[in-house]
Structure formats: structure tokens, C-alpha cells
Ligand binder design. Structure first.
Ligand code: HEC
Length: 131
């Protein structure tokens, strides 16, 4: 009985370490240099194409809507996922950057993954204050 217990506790120690460390931010592309980004002009159209069907008027998966700036900043069942001026801490950015498999958005097989340019653009928008 001792060996399985040891194996289990080692595994959970590894899992806990991974959780504490958080996702690997270095895998995100750097923020784009584009200035003057706004939700209405630059971000909403990207959300409309790949997120509204689950986070819009019809469905609100994870209690999250992305079809207005106000709703986007309010966040979902786990609270805000955009930290204005800090894209590296914004879990919404982690999700489109696909840092963690089971939190990647759009979910695997449910739409085109965002390109590096798109992730770079939303990073820049968040870093500029998410207006
Ligand atoms: C096919 C449906 C679907 C699409 C498309 C989709 N999502 Fe999601 N999303 C979900 C589900 C389901 C959850 C609930 C958590 C989970 O089960 O992973 C979720 C949760 C989230 C959360 C966490 C909310 C919280 O507070 O827990 C974020 C952020 C998010 N999605 C962002 C996006 C973004 C950005 C897009 C578009 C790029 C997108 N999602 C597209 C289904 C979808």
C-alpha cells in the first residue's frame, strides 16, 4: 500500500507546483505596437467572429458575455478576466493564447484558434487600458 500512496502524493505535489506557477506567460506573443486600439473598432469584431456564439446574446457559457465593453470587463463566473494595463495577468488573454489546453478559447474543435497577430493585438489593447 505504501508505493501507490507515495506515487499519488508525488503526483499531487507536481500538480500543485504547476498550479502555483501559473501558465507560462513567455509563450504569449509580445503586444503589438499598434496604438489607439478600442473595443468597438478592434476587439469586438474579433469576439463577434469567434466568441459571440457562446458568449453573446444567445448563450453565456461560464456566465460570460463579450458583446459589450462593459460585459467584457465585468467577466464571468470566476470574476474579471481582463486586468486593464496588464495583459500578462489577464486570463482572457491566456485563453486566446491557448496557454492551458482545457482553458483555451475558442475551445478545441469549436472554432479557429487565434493567430499570433490577433493575440498580440488584444494584448496591446489590454496594456493600453482596455477602453
Ligand atoms: C463553443 C463555445 C465557446 C466558444 C466559441 C468560446 N467559448 Fe469561452 N467558454 C466556453 C465555456 C463552455 C466556458 C466555461 C468554462 C469551461 O467550461 O471551459 C467558457 C469560459 C470562458 C472564459 C472564462 C470565464 C470565467 O469567468 O470562468 C473566458 C475568459 C472565455 N471563455 C473567453 C472566450 C473567448 C475570448 C472566446 C473567443 C475567442 C471564447 N471564449 C469562445 C465556451 C466557448
Amino acid at each position: 500500500m505504501k508505493t501507490p500512496f507515495l506515487a499519488l502524493s508525488t503526483l499531487s505535489a507536481i500538480a500543485l507546483t504547476a498550479l502555483a506557477a501559473g501558465p507560462d506567460i513567455s509563450k504569449l506573443p509580445p503586444a503589438a505596437k499598434t496604438t489607439g486600439l478600442t473595443y468597438d473598432k478592434d476587439i469586438r469584431p474579433m469576439f463577434e467572429k469567434s466568441c459571440f456564439k457562446c458568449h453573446g446574446a444567445e448563450k453565456q457559457k461560464g456566465k460570460l458575455r463579450l458583446d459589450s465593453l462593459e460585459a467584457t470587463l465585468k467577466g464571468g463566473e470566476n470574476g474579471p478576466n481582463v486586468v486593464a494595463k496588464d495583459s500578462a495577468k489577464s486570463t482572457l488573454v491566456h485563453s486566446v493564447g491557448r496557454l492551458v489546453d482545457d482553458e483555451a478559447m475558442p475551445p478545441e474543435g469549436k472554432g479557429e484558434p487565434w493567430t499570433k497577430d490577433q493575440v498580440a493585438l488584444i494584448r496591446a489593447w489590454v496594456d493600453q487600458g482596455a477602453k
